[in-house]
Ligand binder design. Sequence first.
Ligand code: AHG
Ligand code: MN
Ligand code: MN
Length: 336
Amino acid sequence: MSAQRVTVIEHLLSQQNAIPTATGRFTHLFNELILSAKIISREVRKAGLVDALGFTGEINIQGEAVKKLDDFSNDILLYRMSKSGVVCGMASEENDDIVLVNNENSTGDYIFIFDPLDGSSNIDINVNIGTIFSVYKRKSAASGDVCKEDFLQKGTEQLAAGYVLYGSSTMLVFTTGQGVYGFTFDPGVGEFLLSHAQMQNPQSGNIYSVNEGNRSYWDAQICNVVDAMKIDKNGTPRSLRYIGSLVADFHRNFIYGGIFIYPPDNRDEKSKNGKLRLLYEANPMAFLAEQGGGGAIDGKQRILDIQPTSIHQRVPLYTGSQDDITKILEMMSSAG
Ligand code: AHG
Ligand code: MN
Ligand code: MN
């Protein structure tokens, strides 16, 4: 019964009661995030009817053609989060530089970093896509302007991280450091309602996820690691599942168990650290993975321990069940 289900704000308030220093200001941020997710979900679900598919004709800083829904989602999040009254600066995959929020009445000291639409290549073929977000506290003095260093914080500094998955249902999955919780959108009442409490990533799983089409670009060590992930500890072949939307691949592996890999490749200068971006893809997923009992590494170290140097920097990503992470670290360290 929807009436007994817990809403996101109810959940946040119950968590805040457990943290004396927490203020209700987090709920202002999540109120705007929830509204953004509802608006984007509505647009995604009727994209083919409102000329929201296809490209805008622009190329973003990633060198990628921008889809109309990338732009739409980015505009919604930039506008709504700037109205939260608690965000002082933002960084987005679709914006070259940081975006300062200068509301006269803002008491903002949260930094909001996001990938407005993840899995853009899947938009026009109606396959799962998502939004990814990460929240930090500013480090610079409140009296001054927000600066780059406020955005270049290690993933361990995240106050919250999560994603919205526009799938067969729309889900909001996030952590504030007290476990991972999933909320499913009920269009009948217009609310995200708790459907997955304390989500746990299985210690091992039967799935490996990697774009095998890139194999010819991988070095021998990475080929060995991927080959090792194709079988379980009994030597039984595992299943390859790869959707091409990080949010969807991560969500499936988080629930079923398994490993997702986006390794570096030698295709060109751009992909020497892989394709995924540290600030708004790897770090939020790493926070969720570890909160769920899994792991996330760049092949050698925790993703969350990496000191960022630029807001769009890329990083190799191996994330999923702890047994696989342990095995990959052993292989990488023994190969030196
Ligand atoms: P985005 O659409 O935000 O650029 O992200 C796409 C990413 C990620 O969602 C996915 O894991 C990866 O691109 C897939 O890349 P390939 O198509 O190269 O496998
Ligand atoms: Mn993405
Ligand atoms: Mn994106």
